[in-house]
Write a protein that binds this ligand. Sequence first.
Ligand SMILES: NC(=O)c1ccc[n+]([C@@H]2O[C@H](COP(=O)([O-])OP(=O)(O)OC[C@H]3O[C@@H](n4cnc5c(N)ncnc54)[C@H](O)[C@@H]3O)[C@@H](O)[C@H]2O)c1
Length: 239
Amino acid sequence: MNILILGGDGYLGWPTAMYFSNRGYDVTVVDNYLRRNACTELDTGMLYPVPTLIERAKIWHEKTGREIKVVIGDLTAPELMRSLFNGHITYNWAVNNRFTGIPDTVIHYAEQPSAPYSIYNYHYADITVTNNLRVTNNLVWAIRDYARDTHIIKVGTMGEYGTPNIDIEEGWLEIEHKGRKGKFIFPRQASSLYHTTKIMDTDLMWFGVRMWDLRVTDLMQGPVYGIETEEMQIDARRS
Ligand SMILES: NC(=O)c1ccc[n+]([C@@H]2O[C@H](COP(=O)([O-])OP(=O)(O)OC[C@H]3O[C@@H](n4cnc5c(N)ncnc54)[C@H](O)[C@@H]3O)[C@@H](O)[C@H]2O)c1
């Protein structure tokens, strides 16, 4: 089974990559260090030093003998996104440079996910909106054109729903209006531009499902706490 992780250098991306690699999946990670660079630019450094993605993949290989292929690049570039599905990709690090094949599953984490950053000023708002929507749109079209059977796991957020005054139905809401009934995605009302891009992502994906029968699971995830996973222990054991 072949898994592609977009945003593999991130807080969720790297532990997910190790999790699947440890269970024998072929894993490829892609990242452009948007998060690291944004932190550097705003002088909000890391809590502790984290090796680059290529260094992490090398350490993982040393510790486990397993390979996580690495691509360093910006997924807002459609050519890069499409190359991950049509086989024209060049890996920045891999034990074996051969294309692993069309991914069975792609996990989409590659977004600017900070709410404060997204409303800090026009510049960061623009980065958030253009980055997040372009990555998602590029993914939808690459899958539409090359990989209709690939399952997209998209990590959305509870923040898409906001805080409405009625119970939140995860996913769908049945509405009766003027004597007729319909089923709609639960109304969403975000409180930051980041969360607003997540709503738009959901709508782009939902469009792809309706038009082209794409296979998408959109998880409305709450905040993830902690960094302890089984694989983190292996990763941390430096000789
Ligand atoms: N962490 C949480 O608690 C949480 C909760 C709900 C949803 N989510 C969602 O999960 C996803 C990952 O969150 P995270 O906390 O790991 O964030 P993160 O910032 O640590 O990871 C995102 C990664 O994507 C990369 N990236 C962004 N734009 C890119 C681009 N154009 N090309 C290539 N790489 C790009 C960043 O450099 C970063 O490494 C986000 O989409 C976020 O909305 C996270």
